[in-house]
Design a protein around this ligand. Structure first.
Ligand SMILES: [Zn+2]
Ligand SMILES: [Zn+2]
Length: 354
């Protein structure tokens, strides 16, 4: 018998129909048949604009973290095909029905490694920590822009995740408006705080840690779990324990711990689900809401194992064929290879520079 669950934070209802669930082994095989393992991709591609030696194709570098030998490890630059262009804060015009504004904003790419054929799940803890540091730094910088009402930080992995470039990278975009879903989430969080006097995510985190059935990775300063009303199979949230609206004020120990929890979570995805395509999205508060008592940032990890169709498009509701408790147990219990276990210092990265 299918049942419905409601997400306490978003108020969205999700239909659970576990009778139609596919076995993780089948999903793993399908994912591998589609795109293979990232670690089998070449370490260098002469046609890739993000590979070392192609830096002149990505001008206007905004960040560079170097290795002891002088080569770069992480860098960021403006997107070559930006959705928005820098400029002064735009004005709305066109009256009520033809409202428009100039497309002002900043759109940057963060190149996460010099190695073409790797991904965060395969990188060592220091490398992942540097990527998280770069995310926080660029997020903080773009958030200070006078045009920035909201900053979205995200990563697309694989074709179904929406990426056309295999080289590991993520993107950060500052927007001159607050997107509808961000506004809805903030309004619901504000309503919850108004009703119960506490932050919905602080409360949810406390419940999930107490219950434990949906927990996958528990860190010192953040935890990863499959939410009670997850909209799709293996969807996960990584929620910081300290209440904060955005990662601008991430402390060094929180950054390191977030990187470790993210790395382990992604390693469980990679090995347990056969390197699935996914989106990693930072759900953060809009400008001026970074320190309010109801806004709590987190990272949502959404494996692209299903495609939204007419029902989802028409209703905005999702049908999940997997129970969050089962998905969490599978990911939690999956035995990781030796080099991938938490605390392990090794990781698959470029054996030598090309
Ligand atoms: Zn490349
Ligand atoms: Zn909170």
């Amino acid at each position: 018998m299918p049942h419905l669950r409601q997400d306490a934070a978003t108020k969205e209802w999700v239909i659970f129909a576990p009778e139609r669930a596919r076995r993780p082994e089948d999903m793993r095989k399908e994912s591998l048949a589609r795109s293979g393992w990232t670690h089998e991709h070449p370490h260098y591609d002469g046609n890739c604009p993000f590979c070392p030696g192609q830096e002149e194709n990505t001008p206007g570098e905004t960040l560079r973290y170097s290795n002891p030998d002088g080569s770069w490890q992480v860098r960021s630059c403006p997107n070559r095909y930006p959705a928005l262009l820098p400029g002064p804060p735009p004005q709305r015009d066109g009256g009520r029905f033809e409202r428009r504004m100039q497309g002002v904003g900043r759109h940057e790419v963060i190149i996460e490694s010099p190695c073409h054929g790797t991904t965060l799940a395969l990188q060592n803890p220091e490398e992942v920590n540097l990527v998280v540091q770069a995310w926080a730094e660029r997020y903080r910088e773009l958030r200070m822009g006078p045009e920035a009402e909201h900053v979205i930080l995200f990563k697309n992995h694989g074709a179904r995740g929406g990426t056309s470039l295999a080289h590991p990278h993520s993107q950060v975009v500052s927007l001159p408006v607050t997107p509808r879903t961000v506004r809805n989430r903030m309004e619901e969080a504000m309503r919850y705080h108004n009703d119960y006097g506490e932050c919905v995510h602080c409360h949810m985190l406390w419940r999930e840690k107490l219950d434990g059935r949906r927990l996958v990775v528990e860190g010192q300063t953040c935890s990863a779990f499959v939410p009670f009303a997850a909209a799709s199979p293996y969807l996960m949230w990584i929620v910081p324990h300290r209440h904060s609206g955005c990662p601008s004020d991430l402390r060094p120990e929180e950054q390191e711990d977030f990187a470790a929890v993210l790395r382990e979570t992604l390693a469980r995805f990679y090995h347990g689900l056969g390197d699935p395509d996914y989106n990693l999205i930072f759900r953060t508060a809009s400008r001026d809401y970074g320190t309010v008592p109801f806004a709590h940032w987190y990272a949502a990890l959404i494996p692209r194992v299903t495609t939204p169709a007419g029902f989802e498009v028409g209703t905005g509701m999702y049908i999940n064929t997997h129970l969050p408790e089962d998905d969490a147990r599978y990911l939690r219990d999956f035995e990781l290879p030796e080099w991938s276990v938490p605390g392990s210092a090794s990781g698959g990265t470029c054996p030598e520079p090309p």
